[in-house]
Design a protein around this ligand. Structure first.
Ligand code: VG1
Ligand code: CO
Length: 580
């Protein structure tokens, strides 16, 4: 093939957000749009991670992925990359990409130095919906801010990109290596099924035999909903073939380019079919729901865990996994190095860390901040309130891993119990956890696609208010007299304990005397307008008060949050788009 140098000019708005660049498909399809971003990324990397290197290119299979993969292959070839690894049919979950970077070796022993992951995660897909690109580094984790800042800088000055226009398209539907000759020698594309690498890694972490025994019990039924996302490419292999679950336990497990027209977002609003099956839909009561249910997002890094008629908050989930990991999961049998959560995630994990005397870290939103801690051996288990849970087995959150972690906890709790009438349920485990550690009532309100100016003004007002805590308390007392005093209010700032880098403006916090919190943030993953996220949390230690309905317990704080922020007045919204 020949290398063409194509002249181009900077395109506005290519700043990577919380997790890469996410825009509407029609934006990505504009001339030079993807090409500029890909070249800007390659130019931001050390030369040895491009020239002669191996990179991975794959994604969640959303609409336009296959075209984008062919373009990136041609640009990689032209930029002197030696090998490109692609998942069969262009599919690879975000956690599988991370695993492949860390674990897989090419036939000549080569390792991948990074990956272009093509996903907009939980955002809908299809011609009028979202596409996304992010770059992960040698450790398997998302590029840190230093690199994403450089990528953005490059997009503002770019003048040309390189592409091998005459390289034929590679058949992504057949496994195998295709070799080409280029000006700098051989270039090859390796198409393979990443489920093999991923299953191998999962088997090295969990006790599959113990889980098999649980799954084999006729009393144990479950339901896994991939929401038509890429998790479906792994679910049958793991749950059916390896663990012996019935095929009917899997729903929406064939990956689709448009996710069946839905939001591939595993929460109580969008995972409708699963929620109904688990007996959690009031409109649609189910007589005999399964014992365990779970869902994944489009790129399979998120998870929602449900019990029979019972919702596990993601903040509780990570805390419960941390509390049970050492006894229930072989990978952690020698102890946890530490635990971490993102700032808006509830403090349930903090309480576990204190009880178990574990190192604990609070980082800004987004998985990239956990990577440094893990690389430095300071953190084993971490999670976010946004349905993300994971560990240092890779450098991404991992939806299927979280499900296997829960199955392990259930298998452990039921190991001497499988002959009895009643299994220890998900709900039993969660209520048991609350009675030991106390309960963190928690909810998140999302206001999607709000006018950007209005959202910024609302945030600016909340920052301004923070100047005087006594004034804040006066306002709050005027709204509700039954909430605690605010004792601290600030914008969260993080100093990375490993590399010393500082991230500012990571969310507006109001911290109350009784441990309650209100947090306000603007989303960094939307593709249109602004999304305001409001996180509300209240800690309850009194065992007689841990069984309340969450929305009831949080009602006073919710009222305070909405009135203090003037939510309706400033955004015109009387209700959030989604409550989780
Ligand atoms: C959201 C979540 C955050 C998560 C990020 C990427 O970011 O809040 O916790 O890490 O999505 O997840 P934001 O900036 O929109 O709040 V994924 O599964 O979209 O890669
Ligand atoms: Co995701």
């Amino acid at each position: 093939f020949k290398v063409s140098k194509v002249e181009t000019a900077p395109i506005d708005g290519q700043k990577p957000g919380t997790s890469g660049l996410r825009k509407k498909v029609k934006v990505f399809k504009q001339p030079h749009y993807l090409q500029n971003f890909v070249q800007a990324t390659l130019n931001a990397l050390p030369a040895n991670q491009v020239k002669g290197a191996t990179i991975v290119v794959s994604g969640d299979g959303r609409y336009w992925s296959k075209d984008a993969i062919q373009i990136i292959i041609k640009m990689a070839a032209a930029n002197g990359v030696k090998s490109v690894w692609v998942g069969l049919n262009g599919l690879m979950s975000t956690p599988a990409v991370s695993a492949v970077i860390r674990e897989r070796s090419g036939s000549d022993g080569s390792k991948a130095s990074g990956a272009f992951i093509l996903t907009a995660s939980h955002n809908p897909g299809g011609p009028t919906e979202d596409f996304g690109v992010k770059y992960n580094m040698e450790n398997g984790g998302p590029a840190p801010e230093g690199v994403t800042d450089k990528i953005y800088q490059n997009t503002t000055t770019i003048k040309e990109y390189y592409i091998a226009e005459d390289l034929p398209d590679v058949d992504l539907s057949a496994e195998g290596v295709t070799k080409f000759g280029g000006p700098e020698g051989e270039f090859d594309v390796d198409v393979f099924d990443s489920a093999n690498d991923y299953v191998k890694l999962m088997k090295s972490i969990f006790d599959f035999e113990a889980i098999q025994k649980l799954v084999a019990s006729p009393k144990f039924t479950f339901c896994y909903d991939a929401l038509h996302g890429v998790a479906g490419a792994y679910a049958n292999r793991i749950f059916v073939q390896e663990l012996g679950a019935q095929e009917s336990f899997l729903i929406n497990c064939v990956p689709k380019e448009d996710f069946g027209g839905g939001h591939p977002d595993p929460n109580l609003t969008y995972a409708k079919e699963l929620v109904a099956r688990m007996g959690l839909s009031k409109a649609n009561p189910e007589a005999n729901p399964p014992e365990f249910g779970a869902a994944a997002d489009g790129d399979a890094d998120r998870n929602m865990v449900l019990g029979k008629r019972f919702f596990v908050t993601p903040s509780d989930s990570v805390a419960i996994i941390a509390a049970n990991a050492v006894k229930a999961i072989p990978y952690f049998s020698s102890g946890l190095k530490g635990v971490a959560r993102s700032m808006p995630t509830s403090a349930a994990l903090d309480v576990v860390a204190k009880h178990l005397n574990l190192k604990f870290f609070e980082v800004p939103t987004g998985w990239k901040f956990f990577g440094n801690l893990m690389d430095a051996g300071m953190c084993s288990v971490c999670g976010e309130e946004s349905f993300g849970t994971g560990s240092d087995h890779i450098r991404e959150k991992d939806g299927i891993w979280a499900v296997l972690a829960w199955l392990s906890i259930l298998a452990y709790a039921n190991k001497d119990n499988l002959q009895n009438d009643q299994l220890v349920s998900v709900e039993d485990i969660v209520r048991g956890h609350w009675s030991t550690y106390g309960r963190h009532y928690y909810t998140r309100y999302d206001y999607e696609n709000v006018d950007t100016g209005a959202a910024k003004e609302l945030m600016a007002n909340l920052v301004k208010l923070q100047a005087s805590i006594p004034d804040v308390n006066k306002i709050i007392k005027g709204i509700r007299s039954d909430v605690a005093e605010v004792v601290k209010a600030d914008e969260f700032e993080y100093k990375d304990p490993v590399d010393g880098s500082i991230s500012k403006h990571q969310g507006i916090r109001y911290l109350f005397e009784d441990g309650s919190r209100l947090v306000f943030r603007l989303s960094g993953t939307g593709s249109e307008g602004a999304t305001i996220r409001l996180y509300i949390e209240q800690y309850e230690k009194d065992p007689s008060k841990i069984g309340r309905e969450s929305h009831e317990a949080l009602a006073p704080l919710v009222e305070v949050a909405l009135k203090v922020s003037k939510m309706e007045e400033m955004t015109g919204r009387s209700a959030p788009t989604v409550i989780t």
